[in-house]
Write a protein that binds this ligand. Structure first.
Ligand code: SFD
Ligand code: AMP
Length: 614
């Protein structure tokens, strides 16, 4: 007991609490201040918002910009694009709402100092593709963070949020969050009237391609640890499309993104024998998914599918043909700068493997799966839509509010809204914040109630891994293996192995089926039991322990959803061997889950997909 008391408790009261200061969190913090001049707005971040989240290293493109000022695209066009890419299943109301506001966010980024590339002839933003514009974005995150810092009443960096607090005066209402400072170990109790979860996506729930000397390298940020999903799941929020985890075609070993190459440099792919291969798989793919293969652009998952089939047919590796484009000095510069401003590791890998793309066509590979809500995928929380265009059954309160009162979300957190990327995530943060301000104003003087008991119980739970270590290490006679605890890295590797082998990771070429998923869920259950024995030797490891808790819960959601959806909706992302085809008759719907924290049971249901754009 003495151990728990050693950690000071710090209380922070606010009107709006933003959890996670990445792209969505910065948007939410900025906009909360805009609409809530007199409100106390607090942003809490496990790293430092200056360089936190997926944009930490910078980006070379903003992948979601309509260009409405030049009549380049309209929001309706973007809804059609995202719907097509996600094989018909997106929340069109949420996507439309984001798309109609995203341009204004990008204009603010420019005003705040983000260097945009311009087309020398038209003077417009330089297009990389129909939706993407090019930026000198190494400092993208610090620029956006500065705006959030100026807007916030307070920013708390280095605090990992582990749980949400629930109101004891009203059921199903959020009341704040708790966490700990990853440097000092202080315990934080954030009481708030509204909470906006913006805690990013999930890497490292599947065994990554990069192991051994490459361990830690992933495409999505290694610190994206599924809190965006675990926090709402634990609070009883409904989740959607958790089976829609994404697999990305990437440059081999460095996970360098391919968009700028395909779209701006106009490079293309070939099999190991220098042949075009996508058209070979047309009939075969049509058999599986019908006319989705005829859509333009070809859905991302189906491009993966052709890649995977060609490799399985023994004609790998797949290579990106760069040798032609790189003869143009401008394109050569863009090709390298793309990585130097976004994924430096790819440039380093090429240098270390003697690959000069001017003379060698580099290999591509399909990544391990990630859980996200903002790329060509839309896993996340089920949220209420905008009042002017959301169908009635998608509206139960404030825009972007989850199925828990006062709990909002944005970016990777919110499901059903693919292709938001950095700009759309920031924009969704703004949208959620405006609604959260209205929610807080409507509460008037009503205060959520949190008993000391609630957060003291959590405090004991949170620091338990330190206690497990303190006691358990005495049982070690040699080496590091304890008979009574597991370290976070051991738990993480077990999780990655289970997800990889049973729920369609790289090991099985993304294939799974009911018996595999059932066994995978049993093994996840055993892992969950063992998490009680997690041990942390310091606060850094304590953070790893809680990240693991979050990853395991999100993984369970992925497995449950994958089992529930009896079809292969997105071949190239994953395959159900027992239901190998797309089945629009039975599965043109969203899948929703709800976790009961008391019983540990999951409830799953189907919900109709409404098409509001023709
Ligand atoms: O080329 C807690 N992304 C790209 N977006 C673009 O617009 N253009 C690109 O070029 C993009 N590409 C790309 C991208 C990402 C990465 C990693 C690479 C390349 C290599 C995607 C965007 O980055 C992404 O869509 C947004 O960043 C999503 O925003 P958001 O806010 O949902 O997630 P975040 O930015 O990661 O922020 C999450 C924050 O939460 C913190 N956090 N804080 C406290 N307690 C906890 N428990 C927490 N858990 C997490 C995080 O630290 C973070 O700050 S390309 O490949 O397509
Ligand atoms: P990526 O670099 O793969 O993350 O892609 C960046 C952007 O380009 C995203 O909006 C992708 O959907 C898009 N993109 C990437 N490759 C292609 C392609 N071959 N055809 C159409 N769009 C693509």
């Amino acid at each position: 007991m003495g151990l728990f008391n050693r950690h000071k408790t710090v209380y922070v009261d606010s009107d709006i609490l933003v959890v996670g200061g990445g792209m969505a969190g910065c948007g939410a913090t900025y906009e909360s201040r805009y609409w809530g001049r007199d409100l106390k707005v607090v942003c809490v971040e496990k790293a430092n918002i200056e360089r936190s989240g997926a944009v930490a290293q910078g980006l070379y493109a903003i992948n979601c910009y309509m260009g409405m000022q030049w009549d380049e695209n309209q929001p309706e066009d973007h809804v059609r694009y995202a719907r097509n890419d996600l094989m018909g299943l997106v929340r069109e109301d949420l996507g439309y709402d984001m798309a109609r506001h995203v341009d204004s966010s990008v204009h603010m980024f420019e005003k705040w100092g983000l260097p945009m590339m311009r087309d020398p002839e038209t003077g417009r933003y330089q297009r990389e593709g129909k939706w993407q514009i090019m930026i000198h974005g190494e400092s993208y995150k610090p620029i956006v963070a500065e705006a959030a810092r100026n807007a916030a009443s307070e920013v708390y960096n280095r605090i990992m949020v582990t749980h949400l607090l629930m109101d004891e005066a009203k059921p199903n209402r959020v009341a704040g969050a708790v966490g700990f400072n990853v440097r000092s170990g202080d315990f934080y109790v954030f009481r708030a009237k509204a909470v906006i979860v913006c805690a990013g996506g999930a890497s490292h729930i599947y065994k990554p391609r990069s192991v051994g000397e490459g361990m830690g390298r992933t495409w999505y940020a290694p610190w994206s640890s599924a809190s965006a999903y675990a926090l709402p799941i634990l609070a009883g929020a409904k989740m959607t499309q958790m089976e829609n985890r994404i697999v990305l075609a990437r440059f081999k070993d460095g996970y360098g993104p391919v968009g700028a190459y395909f779209l701006h440099l106009k490079t293309y792919t070939q099999n190991g024998y220098g042949e075009e291969y996508e058209s070979k798989w047309y009939e075969h793919t049509k058999e599986l998914v019908g006319d989705y293969i005829d859509r333009h652009p070809v859905p991302t998952c189906l491009r993966n599918h052709a890649f995977l089939e060609e490799v399985k047919a023994g004609r790998g590796p797949i290579r990106m043909v760069t040798k032609e484009a790189f003869q143009d000095p401008h394109k050569e510069t863009v090709g390298w700068e793309n990585f130097l401003g976004m994924t430096i590791g790819q440039a380093v890998v090429w240098a270390s493997q003697n690959i000069d793309p001017k003379h060698t066509n580099p290999e591509l590979i399909t990544s391990e799966p990630y859980v996200m809500g903002s790329h060509a995928t839309c896993s996340g929380a089920w949220a209420s839509g905008p009042s002017d265009c959301a169908p009635a059954d998608y509206q139960w309160g404030y825009n972007r509010m989850m199925t828990v009162d006062g709990l909002f979300g944005a970016g990777d957190t919110i499901g059903g809204t693919a292709h938001k990327f950095s700009s759309g995530s920031f924009t969704e943060g703004r949208i959620a914040a405006k609604a959260a301000v209205n929610y807080v104003n409507d509460l008037r003087n009503e205060q959520p109630r949190v008993s000391e008991r609630q957060y003291e119980d959590m405090k004991k739970l949170i620091y338990k891994p330190l206690e497990n270590y303190r006691v358990g290490r005495n049982e070690i006679v040699a080496g590091t293996v304890s008979p009574s605890y597991i370290l976070p890295i051991n738990g993480l590797q077990r999780l990655e192995k289970i997800m990889d082998e049973y729920t369609g990771g790289i090991n099985t070429d993304y294939m799974t089926n009911e018996p595999l998923l059932t066994r995978g869920l049993e093994l996840l259950g055993m892992l969950k039991e063992d998490l009680d024995c997690l041990a942390a030797e310091d606060f850094h490891q304590l953070q790893r322990a809680w990240e693991l808790h979050h990853r395991v819960l999100a993984s369970e959601a992925v497995a449950r959803h994958t089992l529930f959806r009896q079809e292969t909706r997105w071949p190239g992302y994953y395959y159900r061997g027992d239901y190998p085809k797309l089945d629009d008759t039975n599965w043109h719907c969203f899948t929703l889950s709800r976790y009961d924290r008391q019983s540990g049971e999951w409830e799953l249901e189907k919900v109709p997909v409404h098409h509001i754009i023709d």
